[in-house]
Unconditional design. Structure first.
Length: 99
């Protein structure tokens, strides 16, 4: 009986803490924490925009752990269009996406 009660209490707690690690959400970081090679790729793809947020995330791709950096950028001008730039730890552009 105690085991069932424990499972009913513990399972939701474990799921609540584990879910963010599977959600693909990264941790927000500052520009100064971004490797220089990644900063360079961001700068080359921002089109004069301003970075609003940078996140760092570790994913497993083809069995290998890879660190990815994503910048949310607001483009200049009246449209103020937002783009997302995703770059790997080696400075390779992974994705450039309009929001």
């Amino acid at each position: 009986m105690k085991t069932k009660i424990f499972a009913l209490i513990a399972l939701p707690l474990v799921m609540a803490y584990a879910a963010p690690s599977f959600a693909g959400k990264g941790e927000e970081i500052k520009w100064s924490q971004v490797p220089t090679i990644v900063q360079k790729t961001f700068s080359e793809n921002m089109g004069g925009g301003k970075i609003e947020e940078i996140t760092k995330e570790t994913r497993t791709i083809d069995g290998k752990s890879v660190t990815l950096y994503e910048a949310k950028v607001r483009k200049p001008g009246p449209s103020g269009k937002k783009i997302e730039i995703e770059v790997d730890e080696n400075g390779k552009l992974i994705e450039l996406e309009d929001e």
